[in-house]
Ligand binder design. Structure first.
Ligand code: NAD
Length: 673
């Protein structure tokens, strides 16, 4: 890349981040998620690390962001409230530990591990035990004095407790709103036609920065304290742990999950545990904070202008990163569907290097306006296929290229067609080599016929050399033919023939899935083979016979009927039989598997759930094959009852509809994945 271009890119990125900072810290109205913001920040940090000559003191990476808002008096913090440096990778945490030990010239350090509460930082000043000021972090040096609002928060003592009252102390902590209170507040706001808050953090910040404290008083805010500066005091604790215990004695809430550890590996274990358990908490956390326990050692290490050297935020895995689109290619799937795919400058997302991301179809491509050369945010939630979340259009230079879907198939050059009402362009040639390749890949895949050793590269070779034209050709392969292939010795040829042979007696459900009938995934294939006792029965079944099956809807049944009405498909099945492929049918299991709890059933919710938002809970039901409705009717199989349920509960009882508590619901969800 040209150096000038890099400098411009860095500058643009800084400007975008400054805009987000303003919207987040000053207006309380962020327009991107924290994950997306963090991705922009990480990209800027990376560029500044690679090109240190462009690093400037006013870069957002060098400053504590945020500005005091007009309307509140300024408050000068006795000691600046800094940001925290952060890391996601285990190795970066180990490096933090090693760096500290190197600087301190020792070989073991003790840490306090705290939850990183996703709220907003506050600084409280007590003089002679009386609360005199409460201020937001602001730009770290000067915050907004929100004392009248702070005084409405019940977990903040107006007068310190105990007999060890310091003359002057400033105490830092995180103000937050619990998930239940957040959901209730949003429900009220929606009912009043006010815009809901995007997350509990915004709700807490918005509530604390009300100009009218009576408004703050109606919001359920809490405080966990995590630090203090003893300005005038007879006490001088020498560890952070001691300080936290002292803050408890003074009447504050210290988070109950703080832990004292003596090795960085323990920290990594604790992080793994919380990554899984964070959902169960009643408030949101976005990671852990690791702090050196020894206060004298902390003083020796000091801080940069942005963050202390003795602490680090160990964040949970991000699911979004920023990168650039190098090219857009088109994939041809096994049913001929053309899928545009972005070829990316490789980027690490949550520990996985991502080089390609789906753009789904032409409409999506246009809606997101993705162009070759664009900077984009790429997301990967859990195991989901990476996708382009959005374009950072502010980064455009004008040299980006608009992509057009091809008018012929990129694999066989046959014409492509897009039916009315369909999102996808399809290659019309059923002999298209790309389609054949994908069909065979699917056939051999682990959940289908599970043919060991038959990977994508080999499938390509078999098709290119003409040895295999269709699925049935796999069962005609001979060792002598395989040996001639590049990188194939006699032993591997023999193993492959053996693996292909073994697939002849796979379970019927695998065979049905392997056929690649649209909408028939392995779960539906299992339902079909549980219901019918042979493949012939499935082939001969009518629409009515499919529709009576729990878990099979009109789209699936239509798709199966279509599939078996095509003579090529029936021919393939006949050929396979003749070649000795005889899938086996397991004895029918009558026991209801946990997987089938949600399948085909209808659910209704009432009240507030404490571990999920309503949307999350609904998605969990739908992703397990269930349906969610909004009103009570005889169709409803279960009513899931949260806190403060509405009239639906009484109605359900009258109609004899079974109720599920939140924990019963959670249990079913956990045993059904
Ligand atoms: N969406 C947006 O547009 C946008 C814009 C700006 C910032 N942000 C978010 O804000 C974050 C940056 O904020 P930041 O500078 O406050 O850094 P930070 O959130 O990474 O870490 C510092 C903060 O952590 C909090 N904290 C919680 N628990 C703590 C504990 N136990 N000990 C110490 N501190 C604790 C404190 O408030 C402290 O100020 C970004 O990572 C981003 O996610 C988002």
């Amino acid at each position: 890349m040209e150096r000038d271009t890099i400098r411009q890119e860095i500058e643009k990125l800084r400007e975008i981040i400054r805009q987000h900072d303003y919207r987040y810290y000053v207006l309380n109205q962020p327009t991107v998620t924290d994950d997306e913001y963090d991705a922009l920040m990480r990209k800027l940090q990376e560029l500044e690390k690679n090109y240190p000559e462009y690093l400037t003191a006013d870069s957002p990476t060098q400053r504590v962001a945020g500005k005091p808002q007009d309307g509140f008096p300024p408050f000068l913090h006795f000691q600046p409230l800094l940001s925290l440096s952060n890391a996601v990778e285990e190795d970066d945490i180990r490096e933090f530990d090693q760096r500290l030990q190197r600087l301190l010239n020792q070989n073991q350090a003790e840490y306090v591990v705290e939850l990183k509460i996703d709220g907003l930082a506050i600084n409280l000043r007590y003089e002679e035990g009386i609360l005199t000021h409460g201020a937001t972090r602001g730009d770290g040096t000067v915050g907004e004095d929100v004392t009248p609002n702070i005084r409405t928060i019940k977990t903040i003592p107006l007068r310190l407790l105990g007999d060890k009252i310091p003359q002057v102390i400033e105490i830092q902590g995180e103000i937050f709103m619990g998930k239940n209170a957040f959901n209730r507040l949003n429900q009220e706001r929606i009912a009043k036609n006010e815009p809901p808050f995007a997350n509990p953090r915004n709700a807490a910040a918005g509530s604390l920065r009300q100009l009218d404290p009576r408004m703050t008083a109606t919001r359920e805010l809490h405080l966990f304290v995590y630090g203090a500066t003893l300005i005038e005091s007879n006490l001088s604790p020498i560890t952070h742990w001691e300080l936290l215990m002292y803050l408890k004695e003074l009447g504050f809430m210290v988070n109950p999950y703080i832990q004292l550890v003596s090795s960085i590996e323990e920290v990594i274990d604790i992080h793994r545990k919380w990554e899984k358990k964070r959902k169960q908490l009643e408030y949101e956390i976005d990671g852990l904070v690791i702090k050196l326990n020894s206060l004298p050692d902390r003083s020796r290490l000091g801080s940069t202008s942005k963050s202390p050297r003795w602490a680090i935020a160990y964040k949970f895995e991000a699911t979004t990163e920023m990168t650039r689109i190098l090219n857009i290619e088109v994939n041809v799937g096994r049913t001929g569907t053309l899928t545009p795919v972005a070829v990316l400058e490789p980027v690490n997302i949550g520990g996985v290097t991502v080089k390609r991301a789906t753009l789904h179809n032409e409409d999506e491509l246009k809606r997101k306006d993705v162009r070759i050369g664009d900077w984009v945010l790429v997301g990967r939630a859990g195991d989901v296929i990476p996708e382009v979340v959005r374009v950072i259009s502010e980064q455009r230079t004008g040299s980006e290229i608009i992509f057009q879907m091809p008018s012929t198939c990129p694999a066989c050059h046959a014409p492509v067609k897009r039916e009315i009402g369909e999102a996808a362009w399809k290659c019309v040639n059923i002999n298209c080599p790309a389609q054949r390749k994908e069909k065979i890949n699917h056939w051999a895949s682990r959940d289908a016929m599970d043919i060991e050793g038959l990977g994508e590269k080999l499938v390509s070779q078999l098709i290119e050399t003409g040895l295999v034209q269709s699925i049935s050709d796999l069962y005609r392969l001979k060792i002598e033919e395989l040996i001639d292939l590049e990188r194939m010795g006699p032993k591997s040829a023999e193993n492959l023939i053996k693996a292909i042979g073994q697939s002849k007696t796979r379970e019927l459900a695998r065979f049905v899935y392997a056929l690649g009938i649209p909408f028939v995934g392995s779960h539906v294939a299992q339902i079909l083979t549980n219901h019918f006792s042979s493949l012939d029965q499935i082939i001969k079944a009518s629409e009515e016979q499919f529709l009576i099956i729990d878990g099979i809807g009109p789209t699936v049944s239509q798709s199966i009927l279509n599939f078996f009405s095509i003579s090529e498909n029936l021919h393939l099945i006949k050929e396979l039989k003749a070649l000795g492929v005889h899938p086996t049918q397991k004895k029918k299991e009558k026991s209801v598997k946990p997987q089938e709890f949600f399948q085909g059933k209808t659910f209704l919710f009432t009240g507030t759930l404490s571990h999920f938002s309503r949307k999350e809970a609904e998605d969990l039901v739908v992703s397990r094959g269930g349906k969610v409705v909004k009103a009570i009717s005889s169709q409803v199989n279960y009513l899931i009852v949260g806190e403060q349920p509405g009239s639906k509960r009484e109605q359900a009882i009258k109609k004899n509809i079974p109720l599920l508590t939140e924990s019963e619901f959670e249990e079913k969800i956990q045993s059904d994945f």
